[in-house]
Design a protein around this ligand. Structure first.
Ligand code: NDP
Ligand code: MG
Length: 387
């Protein structure tokens, strides 16, 4: 029987890699749903390639344009994730959550009860809405597979073991484009330079987060939530080869290391074919790389945003939304050249320490509306301060 699947955010970097894997094996898949915000041209290519029956286009203008001009027969076009009930009548086998930003939280929560397995790449949902996600995963007995490469590696390493058996988790950081740059030069970096990741090819926002190391701050929080660990048990190691993605040291003295090519298709492929004996093309083991793995501690002066880890609570709180929203808005402003790389750092460190925002460390997120409202408030404050 064909596997029924949905890809949320199919036109993005993770979405396209997922499509690429599916299209090589398309006789075994029925793509029930693809979604985009605006990128209708890419979506049309995907619809034609995979004979897709339903799409959601969330940007109103793009939705209306496409709906009026569409010539693809039997294609149902929707504008809102509220329509998921109309689209998915029978449980899907697999869904990929790869929308970027907090916009991914609501669709992720909405699809959990409509799919047997959910692979989540969208880190913002995990960071801001983990309590809600976990509750739904448990209630509907949906299998969850993290797709962020470090978390996919940890998940793979401890598959058979319980989370209580973990002593320490190490996640690796490539160091981004500025690993070898002096601080003075880094602080004057332009968006073009910051977007040039040496190892990974990713969306713009996450590329900037890799340059500032904010991506690792987020990944420690993700690890904390998914694997139910205090942050004292999670450490970042700089590993510029990006070959090892995670190391897990267990309480029984055994340490497991997971390595794979620097290619997001590997975690995505394995989330799709979990426990199936399938082959993906990958490079042979390179002894030169193995003999030269190189791990080092983070230079906290150079990557000053890693200081934020000190003030992250060990529980699920609304403060994580403050950090996600503040960083997201500042990255947008930096990409639009409204603030400098230096200002991005300075403002982020100062804003999250505002008394009004620190108060959220004691507040538990109760629903999406509350998270979305706080997201708007933080962004507004940042625009007030920066423009
Ligand atoms: P991209 O920016 O490349 O793609 C994002 C996707 O989400 C696109 O399909 C986009 O549509 C859609 N989208 C954007 N805004 C909205 C919105 N407001 N409502 C609905 N859909 C929207 O992101 P990536 O693929 O790089 O990343 C996706 C997620 O995965 C992020 O959370 C990221 O942190 C995480 N991740 C990514 C990795 C990577 O290698 N890229 C690695 C690990 C995690 P449109 O094309 O129209 O803009
Ligand atoms: Mg990652």
């Amino acid at each position: 029987m064909k596997k029924k699947i949905a890809i949320l955010g199919s036109t993005g970097s993770i979405g396209k890699s997922t499509i690429n894997i599916i299209e090589k094996d398309k006789n075994n898949f029925e793509v029930v749903l693809l979604t985009t915000h605006k990128n209708v041209n890419e979506l049309i290519k995907q619809i034609k390639k995979l004979d897709v029956k339903n799409v959601i286009i969330t940007d109103n203008k793009s939705f209306n344009n496409f709906k009026n001009k569409n010539k693809i027969k039997k294609l149902r076009i929707f504008n809102n994730y509220k329509d998921l009930d109309k689209i998915i009548k029978k449980k899907l086998d697999y869904s990929m959550s790869s929308i970027s930003g907090l916009a991914g939280l609501e669709p992720t929560l909405k699809i959990i009860n409509k799919t047997k397995t959910i692979a989540i790449a969208n880190k913002e949902s995990i960071i801001c809405g983990w309590d809600m996600i976990k509750k739904k995963l448990d209630k509907f007995k949906t299998t969850f597979i993290p797709v962020d490469s470090e978390h996919f590696s940890i998940w793979s390493l401890i598959k058979e073991d319980s989370y209580e058996s973990i002593d320490k988790i190490y996640i690796t950081a490539s160091g981004g484009p500025f690993l070898k740059w002096p601080i003075k030069k880094i602080m004057k970096a332009t968006p073009t330079k910051a977007l040039k990741h040496p190892n990974w090819s990713m969306g713009k926002k996450i590329s900037i987060d890799s340059a500032t190391m904010m991506n690792k701050v987020f990944e420690v929080i993700e690890t904390q939530k998914i694997f139910n660990l205090p942050k004292s048990k999670i450490k970042i190691l700089v590993h510029d080869k990006s070959y090892v993605h995670a190391i897990v040291k267990f309480k029984n003295g055994i340490t497991k290391i997971l390595a794979h090519d620097t290619n997001m298709k590997i975690p995505i492929f394995n989330s799709i074919y979990n426990n199936e004996n399938k082959t993906i093309q990958s490079k042979n083991l390179d002894i030169k790389i193995l003999n030269n793995l190189n791990f080092e501690n983070i230079d906290k002066k150079k990557f000053s945003l890693t200081k934020i880890l000190k003030i992250i609570p060990n529980r699920n709180t609304l403060f994580e939304t403050v950090i996600i929203s503040a960083n997201d808005e500042l990255v947008n402003l930096f990409l639009k050249k409204k603030i400098t790389y230096y200002e991005l750092h300075k403002k982020l460190l100062s804003i999250i320490n505002f008394k009004e925002f620190k108060a959220y460390k004691n507040k538990k997120p109760r629903n999406i509306a509350q998270i979305n409202q706080l997201n708007k408030l933080v962004r507004l404050k940042i625009r007030e301060l920066c423009i």
